[in-house]
Design a protein around this ligand. Structure first.
Ligand SMILES: *Cc1c(COP(=O)(O)O)cnc(C)c1O
Length: 379
């Protein structure tokens, strides 16, 4: 029996990554610029099929940080942020000395609740603090309620920074995630749908904004023979080595999304007959999730008292990784003193939700091992 660990989401190489990396070595482009960086940006622009202009960066967090700067966020400003997310959505607000205002989720997509969002904007504005930007997240690859959220943002004239770190390849009404915001962020960290080992990208609507992002990401060097600086810069550009991995990964992205979606289907089929378990899936056909991570809600009232933590421990005992949903930011010690608007939807999701192994590289044997644990647990 194979007892190797089954991970939530592990890197899955396509095969050509090393060819692009080798090219970088052969041509000595071992730097945060070069043909792979340009090629990877082109691949992403073609994939998103819009007029997007993309700058490859060292991380998704860097993309959010530069995105907020480009949207004009400054110290003392308030920035709205989805509470249920990974901390990297919110940390860049703090880097800028701005104040996060956290918003609850709705139950269908687990993302930004349009009603709580509007209440927050109205209340903050009445206190003389009109929010400077809204950070909306496509959690686990599930598109947020794009029409509703952007209608609220447009009504009050507040730009949206679309955190699409988990949603490359997802779409809403046939338009790809990453193309809805005034600015969007992508991530290619080790556990994401594709990886460059570590990396990210900023998606902008104009070449000018992209050029500005690249300028800031390479230490904001003015056009002069010596090193001349009129602005504070950052060292956030993607390495040409990492971009080579990205080019290889782009060749298999759609195939890997199919496999992640099959994992979601595997869980949906299994849990159809199990009382008290709901698999997180699209609310209707407007939504298409890459199902970066598959997640379930465990209702202990209907499982005979079995909780998501019981299931997590049962999986762990068999070397299978699972993980509670993102703990909402307004409950995190580092953020708990900041404003929050909502009705505790995210809290309840966090209490009962569990992410299950979702990688595109899981084998038939892996699925059998997972099934065995479920069978024993729910018998
Ligand atoms: C991974 C992730 C990020 C950050 O991306 P990094 O490349 O790891 O810096 C931001 N937001 C969300 C929702 C993420 O999942």
């Amino acid at each position: 029996m194979n007892n190797s660990k089954i991970w939530l989401s592990s890197p899955h190489m396509g095969g050509n990554e090393q060819k692009y990396v080798q090219e970088a070595f052969d041509t000595n482009w071992i730097a945060p610029l070069g043909p792979n960086v340009n090629g990877f940006e082109k691949d992403l622009e073609t994939y998103l099929k819009s007029n997007a202009h993309i700058g490859a960066l060292s991380s998704g967090t860097a993309a959010i940080h530069l995105g907020l700067i480009l949207l004009g966020v400054k110290a003392g400003d308030e920035v709205i942020c989805q509470s249920m997310t990974f901390s990297a959505s919110a940390n860049p607000i703090m880097y800028l000395g701005a104040t996060p205002v956290f918003i609850d989720s709705e139950n269908e997509t687990w993302n930004l609740c349009p009603h709580a969002l509007e209440s927050a904007i109205v209340d903050r504005t009445s206190k003389g603090k009109k929010p400077k930007a809204i950070i909306a997240v496509h959690l686990y690859g599930m598109p947020y309620k794009v029409d509703e959220v952007h209608a609220v943002a447009d009504k009050y004239g507040i730009p949206v920074l679309e955190d699409s770190a988990e949603a490359l390849g997802s779409h809403y009404k046939n338009k790809k995630c990453g193309t809805f915001g005034d600015i969007a962020a992508l991530s290619f960290n080790g556990n994401k749908i594709i990886t460059t080992s570590g990396g990210g990208a900023i998606v902008t609507q104009s070449k000018e904004t992209k050029d500005k992002a690249v300028f800031l990401s390479t230490q904001a060097r003015d056009n002069a023979p010596h090193y001349q600086h009129s602005e504070v810069g950052y060292n956030y550009r993607m390495s040409n080595i990492c971009a080579g991995i990205g080019r290889g990964q782009m060749e298999v992205l759609d195939a890997h999304i199919q496999l992640r979606r099959e994992m979601n289907q595997f869980y949906s089929s299994y849990f159809e007959s199990i009382e008290g378990i709901t698999v997180f899936t699209e609310p209707n056909t407007d939504y298409y999730s890459n199902h970066w991570l598959s997640a379930i809600i465990v209702n202990p009232d209907k499982t005979g008292g079995k909780t998501r933590e019981d299931l997590r421990l049962a999986l762990e005992a068999e070397g299978i990784e699972s993980r509670p949903l993102w703990k909402p930011m307004h409950l995190q010690p580092v953020f708990e003193s900041y404003p929050y608007y909502g009705n505790n939807v995210a809290e309840k999701l966090f209490e009962n939700g569990l992410c299950l192994p979702s990688g595109s590289n899981l084998t038939v044997e892996d699925k059998l091992r997972i099934k065995d644990v479920f069978n024993a647990f729910f018998k």
